[in-house]
Design a protein around this ligand. Sequence first.
Ligand SMILES: Nc1ncnc2c1ncn2[C@@H]1O[C@H](COP(=O)(O)OP(=O)(O)OP(=O)(O)O)[C@@H](O)[C@H]1O
Length: 269
Amino acid sequence: MSRILEIADLSFSYPAKEVFKKVSINMDQGEILCLMGPNGCGKTTLLDTIMGIHKAEHGRIKLMNQDLLTYSRKELSKLIAYVPQVHQVVFPYTVKQIVLMGRTSYVGTFSEPGKTDHKAVEDAMDLVGIAGMADKPYSQLSGGEVKLVLLARALCQQAPLLIMDEPTANLDFKNELIFLETIVRLNKRDDRSILMATHSPEHAFYLQGKGSKVRASMMSGGRIVAQGSPEKIITEENIEQVYGVRSAILLDHDQEGTPIRSITLRGIL
Ligand SMILES: Nc1ncnc2c1ncn2[C@@H]1O[C@H](COP(=O)(O)OP(=O)(O)OP(=O)(O)O)[C@@H](O)[C@H]1O
């Protein structure tokens, strides 16, 4: 199994704040890694550092066995697709124009997008169910619709590593499942590796139940405090320690006998 991402001893601080220290994470090709942790623990900053937006003070990141710093911006955009937590644009783009931006690294500087680019955009929009919104102004979408458009943009980038920051925030039940099912499909059919920061630990169980290879990492106080298979990491004890709340992990089985775990919150400690 080849490594898509190797993060070793990574540390980063903003001028007046240390965010994370000595973080080490490895991801195999074809794996889904769910990064969890309380608000403000550093998940987004870590994702931004992996994408080369922040420069780490210490440690190193290897992407597909090559030092991240040796890639050009254009090369990186073919290797990593990103669904951000929030996204604002000032120009009055249509939804289709935003999705087409996912093809930027494939289109020459002085060229127009070609047939392949338009086909990739249409396929991605069909897959996430937003084909009917193609000509709508992006600035007039709801928070949930924006997430679906950003997913379509990332899909047509066709990068081996997909990074998502709280992808299902703002989504209703059905769109949350469209998102999760799209992740499963990309992972199992296209062998994409997915790193997602999430406040919904049960997503790790859901994706695992659908046959994806899933691991969970829990971040707290700027460190990775637990890392491994979802059932070993997402435990009542770890949730108590990391989030300061009492919870119950419930185990059920679906019709095929596959275990399904869910979490209910019982109170603040
Ligand atoms: N540009 C910045 N300058 C200074 N401090 C920042 C900056 N951006 C974030 N921080 C701080 O760094 C810490 C980590 O923020 P980050 O957004 O990475 O957390 P997070 O785990 O993604 O949080 P959430 O779950 O709320 O999205 C927080 O304390 C935040 O206030």
